[in-house]
Write a protein that binds this ligand. Structure first.
Ligand code: ATP
Ligand code: MG
Length: 137
């Protein structure tokens, strides 16, 4: 059994899509084992996305992620990391498969509704970034 970190991004929380997106996770067999709504500061968003700091879209990405509240969740299940990325769909919604979250809800490459950890080591780091041991059962 595996755990992964999901973020429902500001474009989605703003449009009241939290429940519809969470239902996609649950329908895919992922269990939501922790969940909270937070408003990241630009410094916190910058730290979270530090791996992308040299990419041309970094400034825009950080500003967007700190623009409005997000919902951070820990998802659990068999192959949760890969399964979540499958449900999310491609980064660019134009390339996302039918039935995926990004196909259905994303507005653009930047405002693409969800984040999901991409590997076991990043999942561990990202879960610890947002949740303390006390918040995880
Ligand atoms: P995420 O890490 O959010 O789950 P991802 O792994 O599919 O998405 P990454 O390549 O890690 O994609 O990029 C991180 C995020 O940066 C993307 O989800 C998107 O919001 C933003 N992003 C990536 N490429 C671009 C781009 N060319 N223009 C604008 N924003 C971008
Ligand atoms: Mg990524």
């Amino acid at each position: 059994i595996e755990r992964t970190l999901s973020i429902i991004k500001p474009d989605a929380t703003r449009r009241n899509l939290t429940g519809k997106i969470a239902a996609k996770f649950e329908d895919a067999g992922l269990r939501i084992v922790a969940s909270k709504r937070i408003h990241l500061s630009p410094a916190q968003a910058g730290k979270f996305y530090e791996v992308h700091k040299d990419r041309p879209f970094y400034g825009e990405l950080v500003e967007f992620m700190a623009s409005e509240p997000v919902v951070v969740q820990v998802l659990e299940g068999e192959n949760a990391i890969a399964k979540n990325r499958e449900v999310m769909g491609a980064t660019n919604p134009a390339n996302a498969d039918e039935g995926t979250i990004r196909k259905e809800f994303a507005l653009s490459m930047g405002e693409n509704s969800v984040h999901g950890s991409d590997a076991a080591d990043t999942a561990k780091e990202e879960i610890a970034f947002f949740f303390s041991g006390l918040e995880l059962v």
